[in-house]
Design a protein around this ligand. Structure first.
Ligand code: HEM
Length: 398
């Protein structure tokens, strides 16, 4: 039986070849995960889409303590979904529906377009400050920007963004639970104060919506802080990595980069292509789910309680659905990638993430047309022990 993670050449953008072999031969295959437990690995595009749409696959398990796992509960300081499912299979959909109802209005299209201008302004400030090369683009842009964007969504005043960043760094330091717990308590107090401020003076933001929603008002600061923390977990590193890896893709593909510079109308398609090619399998292989009851798909029966690894990174290269999948082509007209998932758990922040990426890639190379790596490509520091992979730094010069 195959053992995850699969061997590869170590490149930060690589989907190891074994994923593609399984996609051809056995698009739903039994594998061993990082923890040695067994799981189903789904690499075929159609199979993945069908399973993403199946409500019987979720994040809960009837016996969470004995559920097969896809990672240890914490990897490199980051708690993982694949490490421990939630209890409460029967309540899962109800809890999930409420979470979506509470969060979705803050990501409405009109609000997102208002944020586009502010996000563009934040990026301009960063680029203005890039005066003397080399600069670590990861530290100055990719890391802070997604956090700033989430602060804008929740409605934290700009003067508080630094504090939020500091709490987040401490809260996600699971190696030191006392420090993380103290930061979390401070963050709940901050959320309570922000809720009080938005009760007095509502604006177009998440916290105002939570405290003023007549159908389902959130009164508990603990609960509001939980929703915000959920956004940070889902939306911070994911976007950060796509910025880093998108820069790398455009640096590695000067022809595509020249096309983009010559025709900014290609930007939305370029961002879709960056999204398609930057979902790497990491240590887990993909998103983890558990089956609430037996599911038959093709010749395979996934038994109740089994773990399933949704290998989106591989599915995005399925030649049955993507023409010439190995080519980075920003002019593709058909790009049905599943980088934001599919179905009832489709990424709530997809439009925000796309706006961030469009604003970054619309500006960065126009401002620095000679942008290049400041170190040899093979010396880029890759996060090998982090669940999501990605880069630890991106030194650039121009
Ligand atoms: C390029 C960046 C991003 C990528 C690639 C990404 C990817 C994903 C994926 C694959 C899922 C589905 C997970 C599953 O099926 O279990 C998801 C869910 C989610 N994402 Fe994103 N995401 C990104 C950015 C963001 C941002 C910026 C936010 C918010 C600020 C966000 C908030 C969420 C939330 C709340 C969920 C949970 C949805 C649910 O369970 O119903 N994401 N994201």
């Amino acid at each position: 039986m195959d053992q995850l993670p699969f061997d590869g050449d170590g490149d930060v953008l690589e989907v190891p070849p074994r994923f593609r072999e399984l996609q051809r031969e056995q698009p739903i295959a039994r594998v061993r995960t990082l923890t040695g437990d067994e799981a189903w690995l789904v690499t075929g595009y159609d199979e993945l889409r069908e399973l993403y749409g199946n409500q019987a696959l979720g994040r809960a398990h009837r016996d969470p303590d004995n559920a097969p796992r896809t990672t240890p509960p914490i990897v490199a300081g980051v708690p993982t979904h694949g490490g421990r499912p939630h209890a409460g299979v029967d309540k899962e959909q109800e809890v999930h529906n409420r979470m979506r109802r509470l969060l979705t209005p803050a990501f409405a299209a009109k609000r997102m377009e208002q944020l586009r201008t502010r996000i563009g302004g934040h990026i301009d400030e960063v680029l203005d400050a890039m005066v003397t090369p080399p600069v670590d683009l990861h530290a100055v842009l990719s890391q802070p920007l997604p956090m700033t964007a989430i602060c804008e969504v929740i409605g934290a005043p700009p003067g508080d963004h630094g504090k939020l960043r500091d709490w987040w760094n401490r809260m996600s330091d699971i190696g030191d639970s006392a420090r993380a717990g103290a930061a979390r308590a401070e963050f709940v107090d901050y959320t309570a104060a922000l809720m009080a401020a938005k009760r007095r003076e509502p604006a177009e933001d998440l916290v105002s919506h939570l405290v003023h929603n007549p159908e389902d008002t959130v009164t508990s600061a603990e609960q509001a802080a939980g929703l915000i923390t959920g956004l940070l977990f889902a939306g911070h590193e994911s976007t950060m990595s796509r910025i880093d890896l998108g820069v790398l893709l455009l640096i590695r593909n000067p022809g595509q980069r020249a096309k983009l510079l010559a025709d900014p109308g290609l930007l939305p398609g370029a961002v879709e292509e960056i999204l398609r090619m930057t979902i790497t399998p990491g240590l887990i292989g993909g998103v983890t789910r558990w089956a609430a009851h037996d599911i038959t798909i093709g010749e395979v029966t996934i038994k109740a309680g089994d773990a399933v690894v949704m290998a989106t990174g591989a599915a995005n290269y399925d030649p049955e659905r993507v023409e010439c999948p190995d080519e980075f082509d920003i002019t593709r007209t058909c790009n049905p990638h599943m980088s934001f998932g599919y179905g009832s758990r489709f990424c709530i922040g997809a439009s925000l993430a796309k706006i961030e990426l469009q604003e970054v890639f619309g500006r960065l190379f126009a401002r620095f047309p000679t942008l290049r790596l400041a170190v040899p490509d093979e010396e880029l520091p890759v996060n090998r022990d982090r669940v999501a992979g990605g880069l630890a730094a991106l030194p650039v010069a121009w």
